[in-house]
Design a protein around this ligand. Structure first.
Ligand SMILES: [Zn+2]
Length: 266
């Protein structure tokens, strides 16, 4: 922490932000203005969509389902945040939910609420409630600002000063860290979040899906299916940096009573 403090006080005009994750209350270091995160994300998202065509909900029931599930979760999250005086954290979100034709077992959500689900995920989710597990988990990464946290750690490690939004946007090193944090250029959804962030996204995701009226109990069979989806060889992209299956399932079971308090069937 000493090194971090030194770095913080050394930078002129540095924005110091120690924030708390909703629901878990964990404190985290987020150095990057949310507006910067969102504009960087938007750029990458638009590039991604120009190279990967989204399936239109007007011709695909699956794309329609992705939009419906995302919309329900986003609405529930926004209501929760507003009721807990955190509404300003999601006020600038412009939610979008796209299904993209790709056989990867994957999904992601960028800062600012840009969500993409790959068609390869659907044979594993099998039903709408399980899709809500994944989308809740991915939306949780964004709400918990894991990308910002991850990038902030990268900036600290490389001693880059965060002098302001404009400078950061134009700083190739910072841009690089963003690309690494979100693994843009590679399989984009393979976000290199740490294990702690993954378990935290599971926790928030479970509650978000419950708030949106999806039975959180589906999370256990779904994540078990996910664990087996690689057929014992390569794990699905979504699981590449994830905690061990046993640990994940154990945590989900432990959190189930908490999540069930939020669940009202729709
Ligand atoms: Zn994750």
């Amino acid at each position: 922490m000493k090194k971090v403090a030194l770095f913080l006080f050394a930078g002129a005009g540095l924005i110091y932000a120690c924030t708390r994750v909703p629901i878990t209350g964990r404190s985290q270091l987020n150095l990057i203005p949310e507006s910067t995160m969102q504009s960087m994300a938007l750029q990458e998202y638009q590039t991604f969509l120009s190279q990967n065509k989204a399936v239109s909900p007007s011709v695909s029931k699956d794309a329609e389902m992705v939009r419906r599930v995302g919309g329900r979760i986003a609405q529930a999250v926004t209501t929760y945040m507003t009721q807990n005086n955190l509404g300003n954290e999601v006020a600038s979100y412009k939610w979008e939910f796209n299904l993209v034709n790709d056989k990867q077992v994957n999904a992601w959500c960028m800062p600012g609420g840009k969500v993409v689900v790959y068609t390869g995920l659907l044979p594993v989710t099998q039903n709408e409630t399980a899709l809500a597990c994944v989308m809740g988990h991915e939306i949780a990464h964004a709400i918990a600002r894991h990308g910002n946290e991850r990038m902030s750690q990268g900036l600290v490690a490389q001693g880059i000063q965060v002098a302001g939004a404009v400078a950061l946007n134009k700083n190739p090193q910072a841009q690089n860290i963003f690309m690494q944090a979100f693994n843009v250029g590679g399989p984009l959804g393979l976000m290199a979040y740490g294990r702690q962030n993954e378990l935290e996204a599971d926790h928030l995701g479970l509650i978000f899906m419950a708030m949106a009226g999806y039975n959180p109990q589906e999370a256990v069979p779904f994540w078990t299916r996910m664990a087996n989806a690689g057929g014992g060889n390569k794990p699905p992209e979504l699981l590449s940096t994830h905690p061990s299956d046993d640990r994940r399932i154990a945590q989900l079971q432990k959190l189930m009573p908490e999540a069930m308090k939020y669940y009202r069937a729709k």
